[in-house]
Design a binder for this molecule. Structure first.
Ligand SMILES: [Fe+2]
Length: 353
């Protein structure tokens, strides 16, 4: 291992998850991979005790068995959250793709897209180490039966991508349930019971199809929360839904709760009083610098619904607010077009501010 690298393999015992802390001994810049909500405070304290400056929090994938601490630790450290662009999520700062490089101090992590366990699984390669998430485990691999999983994709990710790394590359998995901490590319090529070099793609598909595993205990809460970087929506009045990974409310739900939530219309000032009108008591803050400033003046704890003509710009506004730390923000589905179609109340005067 590189002498100039600080390395900690940390464990969360309830879900048998490994979190990895990597730091540069000289610049103190650091990266955290796959933190877990239950152990977030432990990780934050370790980072502080070591005097590290956390630059990046990287998730290998949207986990189904635990809630990520990426959003929680971002709030405490200001680090940037990175995850695969394949998920179309609003909360990450970095939407990572294959081949991208992440630099901290004198070290560079290379991103390898290794889909199959989920559609957006990434492995992170640094020197002679690779952090494989659930793509490759010690003597195993992640399941492929949900979240866009595919045994064919996983076969190619492991055999064509991970197994093309030097054989002495140390493999650090996201989980181990038997007490193992690491393995190597060479060892898995030879001994992995599902993916060793003697096994064909057809055999692997049969193995994966025959697993018939129960769904993870926490999947119902973990996946929606992890699509929000582990910070679940805490709406007091709306039921939660997502459109392209962005939290949204239906016009029906908003109409029932008029007066109980702040509404910000993000269209241009000319559109605010056009034939579609605007929702009574909504505020106008056009998407762009005007909205940016408005959000800087708002309390991030406020519950806000963004509105535009069709729902597209309000989705962008919701993303912008989430990136600024708002946790209860939503896009109005279908925008003013749908609102008018449903004959819900609207105004055309110069209200709002
Ligand atoms: Fe997983």
């Amino acid at each position: 291992m590189n002498k100039k690298l600080i390395f900690h393999q940390l464990f969360e015992k309830e879900t048998s998850t490994y979190t990895y802390l990597l730091g540069d001994t000289e610049t103190k810049e650091a990266v955290l991979i796959d933190p877990v909500m239950e152990t977030a405070q432990r990780d934050i304290k370790l980072i502080e005790d070591l005097g590290l400056n956390l630059k990046f929090i990287l998730d290998t994938h949207v986990h189904a068995n635990h809630i990520t601490a990426s959003g929680e630790i971002r709030k405490n450290t200001g680090a940037k959250v990175g995850i695969s662009s394949a998920y179309d999520m609003a909360c990450p700062d970095l939407h990572l793709d294959d081949g991208q490089e992440i630099k901290f101090g004198q070290h560079t992590i290379k991103v390898i897209h290794t889909p199959g366990h989920t559609s957006g699984c990434l492995s992170y390669h640094l020197d002679n180490m690779v952090f494989t998430g659930d793509a490759l485990l010690v003597g195993g691999c992640g399941r492929t039966d949900f979240q866009g999983g595919s045994s064919d994709m996983l076969f190619h990710s492991v055999r064509d991508r991970l197994f093309s790394l030097p054989e002495d590359t140390i493999v650090y998995p996201a989980h181990d349930y038997k007490g193992f901490t690491k393995t190597s590319v060479g060892m898995e090529k030879l001994l992995n019971p599902r993916l060793n070099l003697a096994i064909s793609n057809e055999q692997f598909t049969e193995i994966m199809a025959s697993l018939k595993l129960p769904y993870p205990k926490k999947i119902q809460e973990a996946v929606p929360a992890n699509l929000q970087c582990g910070l679940p929506l805490k709406s007091e009045i709306f039921s939660t839904s997502f459109i392209d990974g962005i939290p949204a409310v239906t016009p029906e739900d908003l109409q029932m709760n008029l007066g109980h939530v702040k509404i910000i219309d993000v269209r241009g000032s000319d559109e605010y009083n056009n034939e579609l009108g605007h929702i009574p008591n909504s505020y106008l803050a056009t998407l762009g610098p005007q909205l940016d400033k408005r959000l800087d003046d708002e309390d991030p704890k406020n519950e806000i619904v963004f509105v535009c003509r069709s729902g597209k710009r309000s989705g962008e506004a919701t993303k912008m607010a989430i990136n600024k730390g708002f946790e209860k923000v939503y896009s109005l589905q279908g925008g003013m077009l749908k609102w008018n179609e449903l004959r819900f109340p609207f105004e055309r005067d110069m209200g709002g501010s």
